[in-house]
Design a protein around this ligand. Structure first.
Ligand code: PMV
Length: 329
C-alpha cells in the first residue's frame, strides 16, 4: 500500500515574536505572536506512507538526511503514527531558498510536512485549526504558515488551544519584506536553545507585561495599513528580543557588523531622507527590511548601494499552505 501527497508552504516573519516557551514538548509559547507569510521563501514536501519501507527515508534539498534533522522529522512522524497509521514514510522536501541562509525553513518545512502527511492518508483532512496545531508540534512558528497573509498565533493555555488564526489575507496590504542575507555563517546558538535561555531570563516578566498592548497595536496597524505605526512597533519588538538574546546566559549575539550597518542605514533613510522603511530581525544576522510596494524599488536601490552584490529576497504576503499534484517523487 502506498499513499502519497504533496504540499507547499511559505515561511513567515514574526512582527511580534515567539521567543520563550511555556511547554517545550508541544511548543506552546509564552505569548501570542503576529506574522506575515513570505511569498518567496517556500518549502515543497511530498510524503509517501509506504508499508514496504523498514524505516523512514528523508531527503532535503536533494540529499538523503541521516543526521539530527532526520531524527527530528522521524520523531515528529512518530507522533502522527501514534494516532493514525503505523507505516514508515518517504519524505522528500525542497526549499526555494538556499539552505543555510538563515531563513527559517522550519516554519515552511513543518507546515508543508504536516499538510502533506495528512493529505497522504486515507482520512478526512484536518481543518486549518487542527493542521495549525500539528504544524506547531513540529516547530512553533510553523503553525502560522498554515494561513496566508497576516496571521496571529494565539498562545492559548496548552496543546489544545494554542493555534494560529488568519488576521488578513495576502491581498489586504502590499507590504514587502526584503530579506537581506547579511551573513551565511551557521548560528552559534540554535533557536531551541534560545527559547530555553529566554524562558527563564530575568527580563522576561517585564517583556510579558507589555506584549499584550504591543500585540493589539500591531494588529491595529495591520488592519489600518498604517506603516509608520507598524514600523515603530516592529523595530522596538525586534530589538527587545535581541536585548534578551544578548543578555542571556549563554549570550546569543546574532548581530554581525553588516547587521548593525544596515539597521543604522534604515533609520537614517527614514529619519533623514523620509523613506518609509523599517526593519525586523529573526534569530540570526539577516535583516528583514519592510516597506510598502511603492517604495520597494527605492529601498532596494539603497540596499544595493550600501552593500553591493548582497543577496536580497523580495517577499510579498504569501498564500496559505496548499496541495499540489506536482509530486517530488
Ligand atoms: O519556531 P522556532 O522554534 O524556529 O522559533 C522561531 C523564533 C523566531 O523566529 C525568532 C520568532 C518567531 O516568532 O518566529
Amino acid at each position: 500500500m502506498e499513499m502519497r501527497a504533496t504540499a507547499v508552504a511559505c515561511s513567515n516573519i514574526a512582527l511580534t515574536k515567539y521567543w520563550g516557551k511555556a511547554d517545550f514538548r508541544d511548543n506552546v509559547p509564552l505569548n501570542d505572536s503576529v506574522s506575515m507569510c513570505l511569498s518567496e521563501a517556500i518549502t515543497t514536501t511530498t510524503v509517501v506512507w509506504d508499508d514496504t519501507l523498514s524505516q523512514d527515508e528523508i531527503h532535503l534539498d536533494g540529499e538523503r538526511i541521516l543526521d539530527q534533522r532526520g531524527v527530528r522529522i522521524s520523531r515528529y512522524l512518530d507522533r502522527i503514527r501514534a494516532d493514525y497509521y503505523r507505516m514508515p514514510a518517504r519524505v522528500v522536501s525542497m526549499n526555494s531558498f538556499p539552505a543555510g541562509t538563515g531563513i527559517a525553513s522550519s516554519a515552511s518545512g513543518f507546515a508543508a510536512l504536516a499538510a502533506a502527511a495528512f493529505a497522504a492518508m486515507d482520512e478526512e483532512m484536518p481543518d486549518d485549526e487542527a493542521l495549525s496545531r500539528w504544524a506547531r508540534r513540529g516547530s512553533g512558528s510553523a503553525c502560522r504558515s498554515i494561513h496566508g497573509g497576516f496571521v496571529e498565533w494565539v498562545a492559548g493555555t496548552g496543546d489544545e488551544d494554542s493555534v494560529a488564526r488568519p488576521l488578513a489575507g495576502p491581498d489586504h496590504w502590499d507590504l514587502r519584506d526584503l530579506v537581506v542575507l547579511v551573513s551565511r555563517a551557521p548560528k552559534a546558538i540554535s533557536s531551541s536553545d534560545g527559547h530555553r535561555i529566554a524562558s527563564t531570563h530575568p527580563f522576561m516578566p517585564a517583556r510579558q507585561a507589555q506584549l499584550p498592548a504591543r500585540g493589539l497595536a500591531v494588529k491595529g496597524a495591520i488592519a489600518n495599513r498604517d506603516f509608520s505605526t507598524l514600523g515603530a512597533l516592529i523595530e522596538q519588538e525586534a530589538l527587545e528580543m535581541h536585548a534578551l538574546m544578548i543578555s542571556g546566559v549563554p549570550a546569543a549575539l546574532y548581530f554581525q557588523p553588516g547587521t548593525i550597518a544596515l539597521l543604522h542605514a534604515i533609520r537614517e533613510w527614514r529619519e533623514a531622507d523620509g523613506v518609509p522603511v523599517a526593519f525586523t530581525l529573526d534569530a540570526g544576522p539577516n535583516v528583514h527590511v519592510l516597506c510598502e510596494g511603492e517604495h520597494a524599488p527605492e529601498v532596494l536601490r539603497r540596499i544595493e548601494a550600501l552593500a553591493p552584490g548582497v543577496t536580497v529576497l523580495e517577499n510579498r504576503p504569501g498564500p496559505p499552505v496548499r496541495r499540489t499534484d506536482h509530486h517530488l517523487i
